[in-house]
Design a protein around this ligand. Sequence first.
Ligand code: OAD
Length: 258
Amino acid sequence: MPQSTRISPSGISPSGISLADLEPLVVLTGAGISAESGVPTFRGEGGIWQSHRAEDLATPFAFERNPELVWEFYNWRRNLIAQCSPNPGHLTLAQMEIVIKDFLLITQNVDGLHHVAGSINILEIHGSIWQIKCTICGEIRIYRQTDEASTVPMCQVCGELMRPDVVWFGEMLDQEKLNQAFESAARANTMLVIGTSALVQPVNTLPLIAKEAGARLIEINPSPTPLSPIMDMRLSGPSGEMLPGWWDEVKKVSLNSN
Ligand code: OAD
């Protein structure tokens, strides 16, 4: 197995990876990629689950028990995210997609910042905070309300309670999205794993699937994760700095080899 490699934020890359080496490229992102935009992560210092109980706010049971409280939490998050902009990590991924045609971005984030940055082929595997879904008829609609005091929305089709169109603890992921994610992981040449603690299933199995199928794994995260030992390369630092530096290196290597 190749040795893990670290590159410094100054961008000196011993990777020697060129563009042609990357396709198909699958990128998996987690809350860490949005941290530099001001969106709190879930775990670790300042993480949402340090100050809020997931059991009270992000499970179907919590919603059944107290929909107002759950909506209050999501209204707060929508309001906060609306004030955040994509950072150089998001923007670099959007630039990469212009050059790398066989490219899929799988994100666990519900914040929509990859869309704002200009990424196109995105699989929002945990849903989107900007969409809501009827608890009864399943009607889905865009919801861009950012007023923290907004009331619980009701379905315009059947009049029943709407919920955020996100995946909660204890819920299944959308099977179609999951299948696409598994298939892409299995055919990836390279998988970039950025800003995720890799603690949540089933998404944390995607890098394992890719690895088993022979892909190169690169992790960008200031802290090690349970997946770090199987990485071919680790860029230890904030993705807003590490990703643009690494991408510049890849482009340089490609230019020199042409
Ligand atoms: P976590 O909060 O679990 O992990 C965030 C990761 O980002 C950690 O490994 C940090 O070290 C890393 N990190 C922090 N700052 C960073 C930076 N500037 N650049 C790069 N990495 C940084 O978030 P996720 O792994 O995304 O699920 O969490 C997975 C799922 O758990 C979420 O989608 C959500 C949550 O509960 C649901 O709501 C279903």
